[in-house]
Design a protein around this ligand. Structure first.
Ligand SMILES: Cc1cc2nc3c(=O)[nH]c(=O)nc-3n(C[C@H](O)[C@H](O)[C@H](O)COP(=O)(O)OP(=O)(O)OC[C@H]3O[C@@H](n4cnc5c(N)ncnc54)[C@H](O)[C@@H]3O)c2cc1C
Length: 381
């Protein structure tokens, strides 16, 4: 049976997220973008609302909600502040979800509980200067030394790298065996030998911080190994499969936020004696936006539903991310066009949304990588 209606809890989550975004994220969003200011206070409040560990069971500090609710909340947050949305997405679907799937009870007690309640913030560190799409080509090593591992290497492009308390780091524990030599570790901020680089000066999502991480003879307890040695790459890819639902929802939100602004503007602005939406060229743009956004939303919800049903969802999350991110880019460009010259200045928000949209085609696997994932799945079916 196909049912497109939301249940009571899902509808409440959507309403709460929308209300929160309007009341607490909209004020100052332009300034935070300009000054690259992390929305620390707002992220704390999102933790209190249960938005930082949405799909984590209550026994581990989360809200015990479904992935559909997560998509709904992220869309609303991203429609107003895409930077806050990526902070939320990384903490939920990369950090907390990985820990739920792979951590021991002791690790969950110590790290997952505070991460899922929003008391701590997490980051996920796979990429390195020479290895992004080809992530298994990493160089950072973790060498066992008694009850410790010693980490050495440089990671880059780490979202929440500066503001986080805990980072999940992927390292080589056995050389010469390719991806089978990669393991995952929990590294706490403040550990000797672990430092962060400068904040990257980015095109978009400027309210979120992104930086390099440096490990120089950084000793961490052996009990911080996640899963077993050698399974890190599998863990990384499985986690990214779910993460893509988050980024797809972020892209969806950016698109729906831009469209909402374009529709409102088209009713206010007059040209040649009538509101501009009465010019068919403008209303066709709005029609295309609405149709493509609805398609993106359906793909996001389908991927979320598949995950909630514990069915294989990798192809669907890749499709959702590919399509939603392309829709976000196209919609935001057209939203600027609908605004004319006003769309080109910061005050009207759509230029920021366009800058924010671009990253959704790049991180957690570029659009090209999503096509590789989908293409492989189609052939294997
Ligand atoms: C703002 C930001 C935040 C990020 N956050 C994180 C984070 O929190 N954690 C983390 O680990 N990483 C993070 N990343 C890294 C991100 O995931 C990578 O940038 C992304 O995976 C692409 O890798 P790359 O930049 O090395 O590009 P490359 O892999 O060098 O790709 C360059 C181009 O080549 C194409 N290409 C590569 N291989 C193929 C192929 N086989 N077939 C077709 N085309 C191909 C790509 O699609 C792309 O167009 C972040 C990046 C940015 C910019």
């Amino acid at each position: 049976m196909v049912n497109f209606s939301l249940n009571e809890e899902q509808a409440l989550v959507q309403k709460t997220a929308r209300g929160f975004a309007i009341e607490h994220l909209a004020p100052g969003v332009i300034k935070r973008d300009e000054t690259e200011t992390f929305p620390g206070e707002q992220i704390k409040m999102m933790g209190e609302l249960g938005f930082m560990g949405m799909m984590i069971p209550e026994e581990w500090g989360g809200s015990g909600m479904d992935t559909i609710s997560y998509v709904l909340a992220l869309e609303e947050i991203a429609a107003v502040d895409a930077s806050a949305a990526v902070v939320m997405s990384v903490n939920n679907s990369l950090v907390c979800q990985l820990m739920l799937d792979c951590a021991t009870d002791a690790q969950k007690e110590k790290f997952l509980k505070p991460l899922a309640t929003g008391k701590l913030l997490g980051a996920y560190s796979l990429s390195e200067p020479q290895s992004g799409s080809d992530a298994s080509n990493m160089c950072t090593t973790a060498q066992k030394d008694g009850n410790h591992y010693i980490l050495n290497g440089t990671k880059n492009w780490v979202t929440n790298g500066i503001s986080s308390d805990v980072v999940l780091v992927f390292c080589i524990t056995e050389k010469g065996v390719g991806y089978k030599g990669i393991s995952a570790f929990i590294v706490e901020k403040g550990t000797l030998g672990f430092s962060t680089g400068k904040k990257e000066d980015k095109l978009g999502i400027r309210g979120s911080d992104t930086c390099e991480l440096y490990f120089e003879n950084c000793r961490i307890p052996a009990e911080n190994l996640l899963g077993e040695e050698g399974v890190g790459f599998k863990i990384a890819l499985n986690t990214l499969g779910g993460g893509r639902i988050g980024i797809a929802s972020q892209a969806l939100g950016i698109a729906s936020g831009a469209m909402e602004l374009a529709v409102a503007y088209s009713k206010e602005r007059k040209a040649f004696g009538k509101e501009i939406h009465k010019h068919q060229a403008v209303s066709f743009k709005l029609a295309d936006m609405a149709t493509e956004i609805e398609g993106a939303r359906l793909l996001c919800l389908k991927a979320a539903w598949m995950k909630d049903q514990k069915k294989p969802f990798g192809k669907y999350s890749a499709m959702a991310k590919l399509f939603s991110s392309e829709v976000a880019m196209k919609t935001t460009v057209e939203a600027i066009q609908v605004h004319g010259g006003y769309g080109y200045v910061k005050e009207y928000h759509v230029e920021r949304l366009m800058r924010d949209a671009k990253i959704t085609q790049i991180y957690e696997g570029t659009s090209e990588v999503q096509r590789i994932v989908i293409g492989r799945a189609v052939i294997e079916e």
